[in-house]
Design a protein around this ligand. Sequence first.
Ligand SMILES: Cc1cc2nc3c(=O)[nH]c(=O)nc-3n(C[C@H](O)[C@H](O)[C@H](O)COP(=O)(O)O)c2cc1C
Length: 200
Amino acid sequence: MIRDSDFDPRAHQAVDLWAMACEELESARNTPSHPWSHVCFNTHGLEGPHARILVLRDVDPLPMCLTFFTDARSRKVQELDFDRRSGCLIYDVSRRIQLQLQGATTIMTDQIEVARYCSLLTPAQRKLYFSPQPPGSPWNAYLDSMPTEEAAQRAVVPENFRVIRFTAQSAELLFVLPEDNVRFRFERDDNGWNGLRIVP
Ligand SMILES: Cc1cc2nc3c(=O)[nH]c(=O)nc-3n(C[C@H](O)[C@H](O)[C@H](O)COP(=O)(O)O)c2cc1C
């Protein structure tokens, strides 16, 4: 497969490479040991671009939607309110594969779906969403009002829990081989994804 040490992207059509990349993303979701499970998620803010790592929670390969969890009060959510355009970057260090995705992100409003995703949180993760102090607040203020273990046990969706869904419109896949760089661009239209090998 695409991550095998002897995989040669030059022997494959763009359409097959895209299908393999989708499969790899699907196997990375909720699997922290998988190198594609930690995505660099990029937004536009009023003060310029911002990037941060998010855990990949779900993948819908056909429209190429990536799902993440975050806090409603975080800077990224405010930035998405300002500009939905966003980007995702994945780099597989051991195989030297880069996947770049450009698109837009929405905040999930379907509360049944949100509750289903919320059930994936560990107690330690749940606790963070009950913090009265927003992410980015001074630590001392947090110390005075830390969320309790009891809060984490509550069988409700934390008020500040958000599911954000990124949908890609275009993508690039780059393989850094010892003797060559192999690069493909992919675009989405009404019929699905089309790929083309491009000059690296
Ligand atoms: C390994 C790792 C995994 C992370 N996973 C998440 C995550 O799934 N959701 C999240 O909101 N922040 C996650 N973070 C923290 C973010 O990178 C970031 O620091 C935080 O969300 C605040 O970002 P913002 O101020 O740009 O909104 C993770 C950080 C690391 C290093």
